[in-house]
Ligand binder design. Sequence first.
Ligand code: URP
Ligand code: ZN
Ligand code: ZN
Length: 458
Amino acid sequence: MASLLIKNGRVVTADSDAVCDILIEGETIAAIGKNLPVQADEVIDATGKIIVPGGIDPHVHLDMPFMGTFSSDTHETGTRAALHGGTTTVIDFVLQKQGHSLREALAEWQGRATGTAVGDYSFHMAVTDFNPSTKEEIKDMVAEGITSFKTFMAYKGALMIDDAQMVGLMQEVRRHGGLVTAHATNGDMIDTLIAQHRAQGKLTPRYHYLSQPEVTEAEASGRFADIANYTGVNAYIVHLTCEGALNQVRRATERNQRVFVETCIQYLLLDASLYGDDFEGAKWVMSPPLREKKDQQTLWAGINQGLVQVVGTDHCPFMWEQKRMGADDFSKIPNGHPAIEHRMELLFSEGVSKGRISLQKFVEVTSTNAAKIFGMFPRKGTISIGADADLVLIDPEKKHTISATTHHMNVDYSGYEGWELTGKIDTVLLRGKVAVDAGETKVGRGYGRFIRRGPVNY
Ligand code: URP
Ligand code: ZN
Ligand code: ZN
């Protein structure tokens, strides 16, 4: 079995921080300690580097059929780009087609990901049609290691389920020890506002943002929390963006309910001033849309208060040509934004380097909490003996600039073009193998493995 010794790095987990060595044997961590008295086949000197657990992005859409097209990163290109940014595991969404089974959808996604993913991956199952036969399939999905079930409270006619289906799904998922997640926005209200804007000839990307005001998210977040509280299921809100929605989660804590919250890197760093009068704003047409500065403050505070446990991306890239499907009508712009590659470096630079969050909080929200919530801990999400050797070596002072000309994502623009960051990911290991080093990919198509998951362990 091959061995690898990483020497003298500052090893940071959610609950420890020390300069030490890490010995890897095969795919897992065999020993951790100061000046380990061992020989290894290969040695990496990590002096001056910070070593954190491989990132976990629990919200990505790879090769996903959506709004008349497909998101432009495949499981191969998307997971490769993720590795370059220190994310060693992603959780992608399988979408049930209304009128079809969960099993069929899973087979379709397995067909795209198996043997192609470069990094490790798992799946959430998005239930878009909860009925007596889907109900029977919930336990089968849990047996496959798919323990989280996504719901959409918007995108009516394609993905949205109503409250009756939500209650039934939550009751069934609870019976099998799973987790229900939600895109929590009020779909009917949004559709009404979209129709009103279109009828008035208000068709630029800015009206995408104006069709999804804060109340649409706050209302649905509260409703989702209420139904989850009634059914007793483990609940998680994806891509939460704003103060009104987070206040609903705060309210839920007053009755001793725990609702897990994910925000995404773009909601912490970008705001609605990017939606100007021209089509440029299409780069940030995503749902929910970017919000206000006060919402960013709420989200940073929410991370530090422990109300927001996860920072993901909702990576759902589209080429500019695809975005132009909505050149004359904002409602036809495919919703989504590329970010899988830069989540960790952006959060390190704008969060840790600028003193908004601690290094340990960084580890929690980029890796450990997702591993615990989504049933992968301690195999993933930490640096401990027996864990997968998924490690990220960061040069904390190194400066670099984001550009579509150098990124690895299969998309021809960046929402962060020209941003100069402090802190660069140098080397990434996935299950004991150097996967990325000094900008070069060292593992190939098919190296990524499907990760079966268990119950919430948070
Ligand atoms: O705009 C977004 N978020 N696109 C992907 C689908 C979703 O709602 O997560
Ligand atoms: Zn969503
Ligand atoms: Zn999404």
